[in-house]
Write a protein that binds this ligand. Structure first.
Ligand SMILES: Nc1ncnc2c1ncn2[C@@H]1O[C@H](COP(=O)(O)OP(=O)(O)OP(=O)(O)O)[C@@H](O)[C@H]1O
Ligand SMILES: [Mg+2]
Length: 212
């Protein structure tokens, strides 16, 4: 089963990195051509769109290349999570982490996944609560927030690449719609899973499961 999921993810990853790579050349050409347009408003709008497209492509290229190069290593997941939280330097984030939980995996990718999930909670909510626990051979990372949450009928959709529930909801410039699909690919490639629920604070609960 794990092999099959990995093969499926690899095919998707290869295709996306191919597309991202191919689209970069015409995009660069478009950028150069902008210099010849006189109307400032048009230039500004086009620049914004081109920048957004570039961000999407870079996101995917970065993801696909790092997942190929990085090797598994044993690392302290409790420490990694508290480092991630520390970097945000935000007093609305609270934590409840079981200490010295070790995990064998691709540390940079797990870091990336945690950042994506935290970014979401901080973008869509005010308060965030993160916990890490271990039951038998299963690790659970739970990220709760007090934002608007996600309606149940959108739980599946939000994991699709470039899918955003409501374009007006978040600042669309900083939103591509890739965070959750990348995070889910990362967790699945480690044999785990991400589930969505309602949080205690009436916002979103993101439950990450990882097998040790
Ligand atoms: N914590 C959250 N609370 C409420 N809605 C959320 C939360 N996290 C994600 N969503 C919804 O799910 C959609 C998909 O999330 P995802 O992280 O994939 O994309 P994004 O945050 O819009 O863009 P990106 O992560 O690429 O910058 C979001 O557009 C938002 O509508
Ligand atoms: Mg996001």
């Amino acid at each position: 089963m794990r092999k099959r999921i990995e093969r499926h993810l690899n095919q998707r990853t290869e295709m996306l990195s191919g597309i991202s790579h191919d689209l970069r050349t015409p995009l660069t050409r478009m950028k150069l051509q902008l210099a010849f347009i006189k109307d400032k408003e048009t230039v500004d709008k086009l620049t914004e769109d081109i920048n957004e497209m570039e961000k999407m492509l870079n996101e995917y290229l970065q993801f696909t290349s790092s997942s190929y190069v990085e090797k598994d290593e044993m690392f302290n997941l409790s420490e990694l999570i508290s480092e991630v939280i520390e970097k945000y330097n935000n007093e609305n984030i609270s934590q409840n982490l079981m200490p010295r939980i070790y995990f064998n995996g691709r540390k940079n990718l797990i870091n990336r996944c945690l950042n994506n999930l935290m970014d979401n909670s901080l973008k869509y909510a005010n308060k965030v609560e993160i916990s890490l626990s271990k039951k038998n051979t299963n690790l659970f990372i739970i990220i709760d927030d007090d934002g608007p949450g996600i309606p149940k009928n959108e739980y599946e959709n939000v994991f699709k690449p470039f899918y955003k529930i409501d374009k007006g909801r978040a600042d669309s410039k900083s939103s591509v719609g890739l965070g959750l699909s990348i995070s889910s690919d990362i967790i699945k490639s480690h044999g785990g899973n991400i589930m969505l629920e309602k949080s205690k604070m009436d916002g979103l609960r993101v439950k990450v499961f990882l097998p040790v």
